[in-house]
Every structure is written in C-alpha cells, then in structure tokens.
Write a protein that binds this ligand. Sequence first.
Ligand code: FE2
Ligand code: FE2
Length: 275
Amino acid sequence: MFTHKDLFLANRSELSVPNSMPDDMRQFELAWIDRSIHKTSGESEMPSDLANFRTMLANLIDADAADEPETASFVATDINLDQFRTLVQEFAVDGLTEAQIFWPVMPRLSLAAQMPMMRMMIDEFGSGNPVRAHTNLYINLLKELDMRTDLQYYIDVSGDAIFEFANMYYWMVLRARDTSFFVGALTYFETMIPTFFDCYVKACERLGVQEHAYYSEHVHIDEFHAAEGHRILRAMDKDGDFSPDNAWRGVLLGRHLTMSAFDAAVDKSRDAIAA
Ligand SMILES: [Fe+2]
Ligand SMILES: [Fe+2]
C-alpha cells in the first residue's frame, strides 16, 4: 500500500521522466481521486454554465469567509513561535516547490487561456527577479526562523496531508483529461487566499516575524490572480474547453484538501516543536 509521500515522490520523478509512474501507483492515485471527488462533490448541485459557476464560487467563498475555522483563529491569536515553526515546516514542501507543478498545464490551455496563466506564473517567479520568487520568500521565512531550507528534509518530516494537497495538483495538471478541474481549483485557491492568509499575517505581526512577505505578498497578489483565474475560465468557455461540472468538482476537491492540510498542520503544531 502506498502513502501520499510515495505518490508525491513518484509525481516529482514523473516531471523528469514522463510515464515513469508504476501502474499500481496510478491505481492508488485513481482510487484516491475517485473516492475524494465522490466524497466532496458526489451530492453537490452542479452549475449549469460559467455564470452560474461564478455565482456558486462567490457564494461559497463568502460563506467560508464569514465562518473562520477554529484552526485559523488559533493561528491569528494564540499560536506561539515554536508552534508557528511547525506550521511553517508542514507547508515547506509546497512553499519550496511553489508553482512549479503549474508549468505542464500551459500547453494544455488554449492560447487565449495561456496568457492570464502566464501572467500569474510570472508573479509566482518574482516577475523575473529571483529575490521575489515566492519560493525565495519562503526560504527567507525559514532562515529567519532558523530552520533548514532543503526540500529533502521536509519530505522526510512532513505529514501526509500536505503531500495529498500537492498530489491533487499533480493529478489535475498531468493526468485529469479536462483542465477545468485545475482551473476551478486554482481560481478557488487564489480567491480565498487574501482572506485566509490573514491569520498568518496576524501571527507574524504578533510574534515579531519580519519575513512575513511570503504571506503578505499573497494577500496582495492573489486578488489579481483570482481575476486572472476568471479570465482563464472565460477564455476556456469561449474556446469550448470549459466544463462547469468539472470546474466545480475542482473547487470542492481543492477546498477540502486545502483545509485538511491546514487543519492537520495546525493540529501537529499544537503538540510538536519544529526541528
Ligand atoms: Fe505564490
Ligand atoms: Fe497566486
């Protein structure tokens, strides 16, 4: 039986050597994706078109913003520095590889849809300035917290929930037949971050963490990325590439796996001290 860490490592080598993933690993991924999509959207009402999808997404984001999870309030008001280091540790697998998995989606989008995606990617990589690349902002944070900056260390110590979150994007970008899953999840994520990362910004302020740019930059830039997400969706719709059902399935899967990774990391931080 595989873990999500095994699948994450297989996904990383899939980027270097396509089609290298063993069949039984693919079966593990497929069974997990089927199960997760069924669980998150099996009972959900589906949007009829893009306009309806946009309304449903906006309503979902508003409802979530009005109902802050206890884990987010804990981070904003109570987390101490050692606990915060564990939280940073648990998301390092994502922060240290930030946005790299999005590259393979590019040729799968129509030309019109590639442009907003490309603008988003340019920001992720610091608009060409390595100092501002989001991964380097994460590295600055790790350094200030006196933590290691090598990915392999975090692969060894992280809980499975962060790998599951990352594996979702690998599946959406590399194997889902329809890119609507990915663009739905991406647009959800970019829209919720400015509100959701507020708890990290507050924690940094309270704890006197200077290298808060990883979080404060996302609060600022993801508002623009959300708008780019909607431009991708519009272009896909115009080009006949948009499935409202699959985009919505992507939203619900993304929401579920984002929140379970966050909750698992906060829970781990409550009773662990980062290395
Ligand atoms: Fe980013
Ligand atoms: Fe973003």
